[in-house]
Design a protein around this ligand. Structure first.
Ligand SMILES: Nc1nc2c(c(=O)[nH]1)N[C@H]1C(S)=C(S)[C@@H](COP(=O)(O)OP(=O)(O)OC[C@H]3O[C@@H](n4cnc5c(=O)[nH]c(N)nc54)[C@H](O)[C@@H]3O)O[C@H]1N2
Ligand SMILES: Nc1nc2c(c(=O)[nH]1)N[C@H]1C(S)=C(S)[C@@H](COP(=O)(O)OP(=O)(O)OC[C@H]3O[C@@H](n4cnc5c(=O)[nH]c(N)nc54)[C@H](O)[C@@H]3O)O[C@H]1N2
Ligand code: SF4
Ligand SMILES: [Mo]
Length: 691
């Protein structure tokens, strides 16, 4: 922490507004963050910041921040002390456990817990273990968990694209300019400067598509078929890596036989991508090495074909010899924390796991959470048992979880709801107790998420300021453990002490991190790691054919699965709702339902919009900027039309997170993927009309 002549303190830290977690320097004057700069020496952002990052002072200092705990008094709110809030919560947790059993209490965590210290989520899960409820959930029920389990099933572990060293990059349902800026800032440009080819597979013409060698524009929900069409060409033309396939894969023959059913001509009919484009993509990808595929973080997963999509893409990379090589799919070492779960203390398995066991653990790797998409149905029917109380932290269930109306009805049935948030959002408004959460500028914690973008780096976030009576999330959970009398299981003096203990296995301490404010590498990326001990699957090889899935009665090879709502599988529904709806394409200015109240961001993107092609718009007499109604089976919203040739005809794309046009009123929470249970947020049916 440096102090300048003007009395400004500069606090090195890390942004937390998206998964990049860019290195930042926070400038603090008189206890306020007055300025932010990108950290030049940080390996992720190399000094840059996106508009959200530049708005950090506006967020931290925002006048609408929750500053103290409150309790509901009829229809109004009353300020209370942390003491009173904690006493009320402890009494209610004890009473609910006594009357209904521990498992009638559920905890729901948001995406912020994937970008806070990973130790935090482990400590919270340890709390729920000791309390006795298995029912801890997170947004990973609709996000990245499904990919992780698909990769573990197929490749034995998580793997990530080595973009800068690649010669051929496919961005598949992924718009790095919006969702993963460092990839657009330098990782892809560095590869392109060295001559890399770029292929974009996206129904929208994203910024990267303008620079791409090939842009394929599939119908949302048809991606597995597209991957199988590419494999058809690659295998028929003998472009696969025969040596790697022979030595390191199982099930190639079965795959080769199966993909004969997916010639480019047939795949064109399913995907709307011209057969010649499929042939061109397959050849370019298979003959330009090393190659990698950056698959959207959640886009191809929010489907009934989520696992098949992820497995098809992993298999495409493996059979072309791009697994665990520089410039391909690499396997950087994870930052291993000491495991601290106490699962023998919980009352059974979490909800949803009877149907989606791999969401809980896969090949010995424990995730240890329930599949949250079953929650609204369970809560409304009280089956198999009632959910009586809930603690929600860092998640806006009414905006970001699917089928908002149903979620609202479910939350209203609760006896007791606690919401810990930074603002009085839609979900907080339903709570009995609201707790004020610190932003990342008010917390000290190690951040090791960089490996998700391929950089085995760990860095300390540093508390720069204190705002009101806001607490870091983990302070609340540790204090709750203390007041519940769980000292035996929570022996740490404070969170810093706990971090140090959990990080022991990494050889890195809090002191090391404080001594290296921009962070440090904790390991390095090696290649062909499987040569030493085999691939970490039951067969010791890349599992093109998955015996694990076969035994569960699931698709052992990835096959195309029509979305449940589609012109092909539900023509009667399509007669009433003729357009394909994809939701939640990211925009650079916002993260999920957050930041709409920050004026400098709102000026950049003031309104929610529905993107559609001029042909689609003309069919319904809609013009650019018209106010329109978008309607699905579940409800309707009103917003502005953005008429643009940047999207294919017949498809409507609506972003999520807008209070005034909440697209999750249109979506369905029903678990769609038969293995992972992710909902289908990206391939639904809708209709549009002028409002
Ligand atoms: N600015 C910002 N960044 C974020 C977030 C945020 O809210 N705001 N959220 C973060 C989180 S939690 C996540 S999970 C990630 C999400 O990150 P990604 O899943 O990578 O999402 P996007 O980058 O929006 O890219 C999705 C693209 O897929 C296209 N698409 C839609 N449906 C289909 C389809 O069926 N097939 C194909 N091939 N393409 C399709 C869309 O047009 C869009 O361009 O972003 C993270 N980063
Ligand atoms: N239709 C549709 N819906 C989607 C998606 C989609 O593509 N389409 N994407 C889904 C995906 S992938 C994800 S990950 C989810 C994300 O869903 P959520 O994680 O629920 O995201 P938000 O709606 O931003 O809610 C986060 C809340 O936490 C608060 N907050 C921010 N920082 C902190 C903090 O440090 N501590 C605490 N306690 N609170 C904090 C914010 O003010 C906000 O109210 O959305 C999902 N919803
Ligand atoms: S890209 Fe923007 S939002 Fe994401 S971590 Fe960097 S500055 Fe923050
Ligand atoms: Mo996500």
């Amino acid at each position: 922490m440096a102090e300048t002549l003007s009395g400004t303190k500069v606090v090195p830290s890390a942004c937390q507004l998206c998964i990049a977690c860019c290195g930042i320097n926070l400038h603090v004057q008189e206890g306020r963050v007055v300025k932010v700069e990108g950290m030049k020496e940080h390996p992720m952002n190399r000094g840059r910041l996106c508009p959200k990052g530049n708005a950090i002072p506006d967020l931290v200092n925002h006048p609408d921040r929750l500053q103290y705990p409150m309790k509901r008094q009829g229809s109004s709110w009353q300020r209370i002390t942390w003491d009173e809030a904690m006493d009320t919560i402890v009494a209610k947790l004890q009473e609910t456990k006594r009357d209904y059993g521990a498992k009638s209490v559920a905890v729901c965590l948001g995406m912020v817990f994937l970008t806070q210290a990973r130790a935090n989520i482990e400590l919270i899960r340890r709390f729920t273990d000791v309390y006795g409820t298995p029912n801890v959930f997170s947004v990973d029920s609709m996000c990245f968990r499904l990919r992780l389990l698909s990769y573990i099933l197929t490749l034995g572990r998580w793997a990530v694209s080595d973009l800068p060293n690649s010669r051929c990059i496919i961005a598949w349902g992924h718009n790095p300019d919006a969702s993963s800026p460092p990839r657009a800032w330098w990782m892809i440009p560095e590869a392109v400067k060295n001559g890399a080819k770029v292929i974009v597979i996206d129904p929208r013409r994203i910024p990267l598509a303008r620079k791409a060698d090939i842009h394929a524009r599939p119908r949302p929900g048809s991606d597995t078929a597209l991957a199988l069409g590419m494999m058809n060409v690659i295998i028929a033309e003998g472009l696969h890596d025969k040596d790697f396939v022979d030595r390191w894969t199982v099930g190639f023959d079965k795959l080769a036989e199966m993909v004969k059913e997916y010639p480019p001509s047939a795949v064109e009919k399913i995907t709307w991508v011209p057969a010649q484009t499929i042939v061109d993509m397959a050849r370019l990808f298979a003959t330009t090495k090393p190659a990698c595929i950056i698959q959207g973080w959640d886009t191809l997963d929010q489907k009934n074909s989520g696992v098949n999509n992820a497995r098809a893409i992993a298999i495409l990379l493996a059979i072309t010899g791009n697994f665990d090589v520089a410039g391909g799919l690499t396997t950087p070492p994870p930052f291993h924390l000491r495991p601290i779960r106490l699962l023998d203390k919980t009352d059974g398995m979490p909800l949803g796991i009877d149907r989606f066991p791999l969401h809980y653990s896969v090949l010995g790797r424990l995730f240890g959470e329930g599949q949250g998409m079953v929650l609204p149905e369970v809560m409304l029917k009280s089956e198999p048992y009632p959910v009586k109380a809930m603690i929600v932290a860092g998640s806006n269930l009414l905006m970001s979880w699917p089928n908002s109306r149903k979620m609202e009805a479910a939350l209203k049935k609760l006896d007791f709801l606690v919401v810990m948030d930074q603002f009085m959002g839609e979900t907080a408004k339903l709570a009995d107790i609201v707790l004020p959460a610190a932003t990342f500028a008010e917390r000290t914690e190690p951040n090791d998420i960089y490996v998700s973008m391929g950089i085995p780096w760990v860095q300390m976030r540093q508390k720069a300021v204190q705002v009101g009576e806001c607490w870091p999330d983990i302070k609340f959970w540790l204090e709750l453990a203390n007041r519940m009398g769980y000292q035996e299981f929570f022996p740490w003096k404070n969170e810093i002490d706990a971090y140090d203990d959990l990080m022991q296995s990494t050889g890195i301490s809090v002191k090391n991190l404080r001594d290296n404010p921009a962070g440090m590498y904790y390991g390095s990326v090696g290649y062909r790691n499987y040569e030493a001990h085999g691939v970490r699957t039951p067969s010791g090889k890349v599992e093109i054919y998955s015996e694990t899935l076969a035994k569960m009665g699931q698709d052992p090879l990835p096959v195309h699965r029509e979305p449940a709502e589609s012109p092909v599988s539900s023509p009667e529904l399509a007669a009433r709702y003729p357009l394909v709806l994809t939701t939640g394409a990211r925009v650079i200015e916002y993260v999920h339902s957050q930041l709409r109240q920050v004026e400098r961001l709102r000026r950049l993107r003031p309104d929610p919009e529905a993107e559609m092609h001029p042909e689609t718009a003309a069919r319904y007499g809609i013009r650019d900027k018209d106010r329109i109604k978008v309607e699905s089976q579940r409800g309707s919203i009103q917003l502005l039309a953005r008429v643009t040739e940047d999207i294919i005809p017949g498809v409507v794309s609506v972003a999520h997170g807008w209070h005034e046009a909440n697209v999750n009123i249109l979506t369905d929470e029903t678990p769609a993927d038969p293995v992972g249970g992710n909902p289908a947020l990206k391939a639904l049916l809708c209709r549009v009309e002028k409002a």
